[in-house]
Write a protein that binds this ligand. Structure first.
Ligand SMILES: C[S@@+](CC[C@H](N)C(=O)[O-])C[C@H]1O[C@@H](n2cnc3c(N)ncnc32)[C@H](O)[C@@H]1O
Ligand SMILES: [Zn+2]
Length: 283
């Protein structure tokens, strides 16, 4: 049976309907649903040459690391931050949420489980997009009830005025697209690394490690409602987790071989994690 969706056609911007094997629009454009359940809504004109987004190996390392629970505390606080912003929405209606740059879906699926555990809220209608096909492949394996699409945030294939909240966790932002997609009361929740993020880890890699954080600030069209900081220490147990952390971060591209070999010898490591969560209201 055909089902309505909040995806929009990347060619003509009409609403996409979910059929048995394809999403299609009223103008006859159609997009196959992969066996895993996701849809590819990325047009060649949306990207440059080569495979866009994070590669498979990086995604696998991030998935294995996140599955160990090192960022669970942050994920929980992110969920509570979002819930506090959508709790006044009419309980008889579905809450519509997009995770933009969702990666392999760790935060998206944990958020859905948290919302399901609330007994007074109707299940959310959740969407996740990422430009990396490998990321979306794994994300759709996490939860079949979240609609995942390979797509770029710069051409978000989501209907205008449809989302109650957008999550953007360590991922690129497009304020114009986010403004278009959000309902008038919609909230944008941005998470970005704070100044102390992974400092202990960086010290193990570099002789001099910069203390550079990102504020997670967004441009025009949004008003900052709240800034939260989540920071705590983690103890990495085992060489595999340490290596996964390296591979899931940009440090894998900026570290010389000698330092990587030294890091591989470590069997445990303590480091800070430091996250900024910014909650914005669309204006
Ligand atoms: C640092 S990862 C964060 C992933 C996930 N939010 C998490 O925290 O685990 C950044 C993600 O942004 C994706 N990405 C990069 N450019 C993008 C774009 N233009 N549109 C959508 N996703 C993009 C990458 O493929 C990658 O999965
Ligand atoms: Zn179309």
């Amino acid at each position: 049976m055909n089902k309505k969706s909040l995806f929009q056609c990347p060619v003509c911007s009409s609403a996409l309907v979910e059929g048995e094997r394809q999403y299609f629009c009223r103008k006859g454009h159609s997009f196959d649903i992969a066996r895993k359940g996701y849809v590819n809504l990325l047009l060649p004109s949306h990207i440059g040459a080569g495979d866009p987004g994070d590669p498979k190996e990086m995604i696998e390392c991030r998935r294995d690391f996140l599955n160990k629970g090192y960022y669970e505390n942050f994920s929980n606080q992110l969920n509570e931050a979002l819930i506090s912003q959508v709790s006044d929405i009419d309980k008889t209606k579905e809450i519509c949420i997009l995770d933009a740059g969702c990666g392999e879906g760790y935060y998206t699926s944990r958020l859905r489980n948290r919302l399901l555990a609330m007994d007074d809220t109707k299940a959310a209608s959740m969407y996740g997009i990422d430009v990396s096909k490998a990321a979306i492949h794994y994300a759709s394996g996490r939860d079949k009830n979240i609609r995942f699409a390979v797509a770029s945030t710069y051409h978000t294939p989501i209907l205008s005025n449809s989302m109650d909240a957008i999550l953007c966790i360590f991922a690129p932002r497009d304020e114009q697209e986010f403004t278009r997609i959000l309902k008038p009361s919609g909230k944008l929740i941005v998470a970005a690394p704070g100044a102390q993020h992974l400092l202990g880890f960086k010290k193990a890699l570099y002789e001099e490690s910069d203390v550079i954080g990102q504020k997670g600030t967004v441009g025009e069209g949004f008003e900052l409602l709240k800034h939260m900081n989540v920071s705590y220490d983690i103890h990495l147990k085992g060489a595999e987790d340490i290596f996964n952390l390296l591979m899931m971060t940009p440090y894998s591209r900026h570290t010389n071989e000698e330092a990587v070999e030294d890091l591989k010898k470590l069997t445990e490591l303590d480091t800070e994690v430091d996250f900024n969560i910014m909650i914005y209201q669309k204006i």
